[in-house]
Design a protein around this ligand. Structure first.
Ligand SMILES: [Mg+2]
Ligand SMILES: [Zn+2]
Length: 277
């Protein structure tokens, strides 16, 4: 046994290997053999794994700091039909083809798709950021998720690297990947079923369709009519008002210590669709 290793890491023999990066424990510098129980957090740092204990400890600590120091809750936002609408360019209707000529604000061609940002997204993110630490959570793949995050948050002001995609979560969505206590997380998604274990945290928002989807609907699309959802009276503007109420409700306590027993799920009792959202 190498005595240098022992003396530089006195506790290595009973190390729980909480934080492992590229197979090496960040605490004891050993290569733990049992990593099945740990969870990947590549979206934060490539190669990072946290043990079960590390995940629960970090979740509690993050929420404690977030609540007491920053007076912020956590907000997990879906992308498709919540913050953007995207379709294959080949699926655009005849009357929508004008969109691919020249630059249009809020529109972007990405690989074979065309992406439209929902009205009010920029204002929504700027204001929500004062009340929440935010995550993106999409069932799209990593490159798609990052591309849209870049569109709506080019300087990584709001999401940082907190973009969870199909890579972390191929089937259903789960708050296991979010490093915060479930009692302090609000989810916004247009699809309820993908969150089987976290309904009570969930706010449902009306699906945003800008393009004619599937080509089967008879009514003309926003794009065809050269119109869009209302910025000031649309779903995101109304959602922001509701989120402010939730935040107020959560932080309306006499003494700071009360925050430790507050639970946002008692305020939402989801899945819930706020008025006008
Ligand atoms: Mg969606
Ligand atoms: Zn270790």
């Amino acid at each position: 046994m190498n005595m240098n290793v022992l003396s530089s890491s006195p506790s290595h023999s009973n190390c729980g290997h909480w934080y492992v990066r590229h197979g090496i424990c960040l605490t004891c510098k050993q290569k733990p053999s049992l990593v099945e129980e740990s969870r990947r957090f590549d979206y934060l740092f490539p190669g990072l794994r946290l043990s079960q204990e590390a995940v629960s400890f970090t979740k509690r600590l993050t929420t404690l700091i977030s609540l007491h120091t920053h007076k912020k809750l956590h907000l997990v936002l879906d992308l498709d039909n919540t913050l953007v609408h995207s379709v294959r360019v080949s699926n655009l209707s005849e009357a929508e083809k004008y969109l691919i000529e020249g630059e249009k604000p809020g529109l972007k061609l990405y690989q074979s798709r065309i992406i439209k940002v929902r009205p009010f997204v920029k204002d929504f993110l700027r204001e929500a950021n004062t009340l929440f630490n935010m995550y993106v959570y999409t069932k799209g793949d990593l490159l798609y998720g990052k591309e849209i995050a870049k569109m709506i948050d080019p300087d990584k002001t709001y999401f940082g690297d907190r973009v969870i995609t199909r890579r972390e979560s191929p089937h259903t969505k789960t708050l296991d990947h979010v490093l915060a206590d479930e009692r302090g997380i609000v989810i916004v998604d247009d699809t309820v079923e993908v969150w089987p274990h976290h309904m009570r945290n969930l706010l449902k928002i009306t699906r945003y369709f800008y393009f004619k989807h599937n080509g089967i609907d008879k009514v003309s699309s926003y794009a065809e009519r050269k119109r869009d959802e209302s910025k000031s009276r649309g779903a995101l503007a109304n959602l922001l008002k509701y989120l402010k109420d939730i935040h107020n409700g959560f932080f309306s306590c006499e003494v700071q210590e009360e925050l430790d027993s507050k639970d946002v799920r008692l305020l939402i009792n989801g899945p819930f669709k706020p008025h006008g959202c």
